[in-house]
Design a protein around this ligand. Structure first.
Ligand SMILES: [Zn+2]
Ligand SMILES: [Zn+2]
Length: 461
């Protein structure tokens, strides 16, 4: 078996290639590079020719989740190759591109993407899919993107566990450890391929998502008019904000038609008998600047409104902000702080987003940051490695200078694979981008590719 890690030494743009000894080739994720310096991201694989040459005779592509830095190159995959993703993730992707067709400059590419998504196949948690002599079994994990999975891959008698992006401090964060126990994965993994986004993050612990809900409640009680700048595809964050409102002030919950559709899709897939992700019964209103009744309701009762940095939301704010008293109004910024951190050398900085946020501060509104990472803390990375106890550990999705091995206890440190490796009929290669990409731009955790300007909330940190 041959495993090739493409671009493992950067955050985003993830691609893992697995070829069995009989020549069956599959890929896990075809991620687009993340943008830097507020520019649209560039990617050497973002063309039909480049992807055709990269994936060659691949039989299938498995996507761990729908963040652009894992999935966005799907649009270049030749027809006839099976592409798999979670069922809710597929619905959300279709909704996203469908909404993007309304923007003139994005229409053409969005229609192409919608066409490419049509033949997509979906996998189900715990159900193995066999591609010749390779079997892939997905298991759901907690991440800042709804419907995320890790993959257990059996090939040539060996077991690979590919975590995708995950975290232990989400509402379902403990799930990954339970699944590893329940399905007897622990102790039976030859190669663990794990994300390492937070290896360089020295915070003692990550704030659990459940605590964010309490923080939202505190602010909701203090201010009449609340704007929350957040991602629309993070089921946990939507749950925190929606429940905080429901359990405290019960103000009108205002979104746009895109967010309303996504929330509806998440709600539809929410497990019966589980408290989480059922967005109801309190009503969710899609904003309309011409709706007089809504205008009256918002002026009278205040509101909790989800917003994004976009031309459409700016036009909404031009109507709403003038009637909001600054002392009664708060913007809660609920995504990666790096996007609006002006400090020099911060390649994640996004001037448009910064300006969008600044207008609230200039007006004298309160400004709060309520956010927690979508990725595993150092403690969770250690816990995972200890529990799985694999023979070999391959860290990916990490800063170029992040030393994954350094966070592990001695007995595991030696198993971290940093260089090309060949042993016991397993060959592991790191593509040139990994070997020579020593310096890293990848503090940038924004979304990628064309179109992300409009739906820039689709972030990955
Ligand atoms: Zn990612
Ligand atoms: Zn992600």
């Amino acid at each position: 078996m041959t495993i090739t890690i493409h671009r493992g030494n950067q955050i985003g743009g993830c691609i893992t290639e697995i070829v069995s000894s009989k020549g069956t080739r599959i890929f896990v994720d075809l991620g687009h590079n993340l943008p830097k310096d507020g520019q649209e991201s560039e990617d050497e694989y973002a063309s039909d020719e480049a992807i055709a040459s990269l994936i060659g005779d691949a039989r299938a592509i498995f996507y761990t989740h729908m963040h652009g830095d894992h999935v966005e190159l799907f649009q270049y995959v030749p027809d006839g190759i099976d592409q798999y993703i979670g069922p809710l993730a597929l619905k959300i992707m279709k909704a996203k591109y469908d909404h993007m067709t309304y923007a003139d400059d994005l229409k053409e590419n969005s229609l192409k993407c919608l066409k490419k998504l049509e033949p997509f196949k979906t996998y189900s948690k715990g159900r193995p899919i066999t591609i010749d002599d390779i079997t892939v079994t997905p298991f759901q994990v907690s991440h800042s993107s709804a419907d995320s999975y890790m993959l257990k891959i059996k090939c040539d008698g060996k077991t690979i566990l590919h975590t995708g992006d995950f975290r232990g401090h989400g509402y379902m964060g403990e799930g990954i450890y339970k699944v590893i126990d329940k399905y007897h994965i622990a102790g039976h993994v030859d190669i663990l391929i794990t994300e390492g986004t937070n290896v360089n993050n020295t915070s003692k612990s990550m704030c659990p998502e459940s605590e964010l809900k309490e923080k939202f409640k505190e602010e909701f009680r203090q201010y009449k008019n609340i704007f929350v700048l957040c991602t629309s595809t993070d089921a946990d964050r939507l749950e925190s904000i929606y429940s905080a409102n429901k359990e405290s002030v019960r103000r009108p919950f205002i979104v746009d038609t895109y967010q309303k559709e996504i929330i509806g899709l998440i709600s539809e897939q929410a497990e019966a008998g589980r408290r989480l992700y059922h967005f109801g019964p309190y009503k969710i209103y899609p904003y309309s600047p011409t709706n007089k009744k809504m205008d009256y309701m918002m002026r009278r009762h205040g509101f909790v409104m989800l917003i994004r940095s976009s031309g459409r939301f700016q036009s909404y704010l031009d109507v709403i902000l003038p009637f909001c008293k600054p002392e009664e109004t708060c913007l809660i910024y609920s995504q990666f702080h790096g996007y609006i951190d002006k400090r020099e050398g911060n390649s994640a900085f996004n001037q448009n987003l910064y300006d969008f946020v600044e207008q609230f501060r200039e007006k004298g509104c309160a400004f709060k940051i309520i956010h927690t990472s979508g990725h595993a803390s150092r403690q969770d990375l250690i816990r995972l490695c200890e529990q799985v106890n694999p023979k070999v550990i391959i860290p990916i999705h990490k800063d170029g200078n992040a030393d994954f091995a350094s966070i592990l206890p001695d007995e595991l440190r030696m198993r971290v694979c940093k260089f090309d490796y060949s042993k016991d009929r397993v060959d592991i290669f790191f593509d040139p981008a990994q070997k020579f990409h020593a310096s890293c731009w990848c503090q940038a955790m924004g979304a990628s590719a064309r179109g992300y300007r409009l739906y820039s909330e689709d972030t990955d940190k």
